[in-house]
Design a protein around this ligand. Structure first.
Ligand code: 2AL
Length: 246
């Protein structure tokens, strides 16, 4: 089985970390290929960043289809481009926010999301709402850390995140934590060890969900909304995204 994990930002140190964490949970027979798009923002922490991350992400899905991948994980907590990626892919495509929230709903009664900047909290709430996870989501909290601060060795990021997770359990009435950024993937075991509750990292959750869907031979439905997009000419800078007839 071959799974492609796409970190939709272009910071490769983060992509390598994401790949290592996915490999650590995948079966020995599963090949994990972790990539960043050839173009896009270096981190995703606004709606603008998210919109501009999507074209490069879709290029990676299209390339994955040509190269025979069985499934995909979109490794950014805003789940950018998820539905468009599903239209292009035959196999399953899972976003890390949807994976983490669904898994959290199965191991706890209510979860708190602990994310990076306060401005990304609205998107996390929006996703909880559209996934039907709002009733499981006790709160969304931010550490006011930028995504790239998570990549800085020696930064106080880890302590700030642990503190916020602890406050979440004390104040939100939640019994498990969802990590709100792919860049937090390496902190999962450390935090669950300290706090003694399930801590769900979407990269691991997404990898195992895609692995399960592929093993069950469950592909993206091509009947209706998620059918391959219609053949269409794209113009200007997006000319390369023109879709020929299938
Ligand atoms: C993210 C993430 O997972 N990757 C990224 O660049 N931004 N999410 C976030 N809430 O900051």
């Amino acid at each position: 089985m071959r799974i492609k994990i796409i970190n939709p930002n272009t910071t490769w140190s983060m992509t390598e970390k994401i790949g290592a964490c996915a490999r650590a949970v995948a079966h020995a027979g599963t090949e994990i290929v972790a990539v960043s798009p050839a173009m896009g923002p270096i981190s995703i922490e606004s709606h603008y960043d998210e919109a501009l991350a999507v074209p490069g992400l879709l290029q990676e899905i299209a390339a994955g289809e040509r190269n025979g991948f069985d499934g995909y994980v979109i490794a950014c907590f805003g789940d950018p481009g998820l539905k468009a990626a599903r239209e292009l892919a035959r196999g399953p495509v899972v976003g890390i926010a949807e994976a983490a929230m669904h898994m959290a709903s199965m191991v706890g009664s209510r979860f708190s999301v602990v994310t990076t900047l306060g401005r990304t909290m609205g998107q996390a709430w929006h996703l909880a709402e559209i996934y039907g996870m709002e009733r499981f989501c006790a709160n969304v909290r931010a550490c006011e850390l930028s995504v790239l601060e998570l990549e800085e060795p020696g930064s106080r990021a880890r302590e700030r995140i642990v503190d916020e997770c602890r406050r979440a359990l004390e104040e939100d009435g939640s019994d498990c934590i969802v990590l709100g950024c792919a860049g937090m993937t390496d902190l999962c075991e450390h935090i669950s060890g300290l706090l003694g509750v399930p801590v769900i990292d979407g990269v691991a959750a997404g990898t195992k969900l895609v692995e399960s869907l592929v093993a069950l031979k469950l592909q993206t439905s091509k009947r209706g909304e998620l059918a391959h997009p219609l053949p269409k000419r794209m113009t200007g800078a997006l000319e390369g995204f023109t879709l020929a007839g299938q």
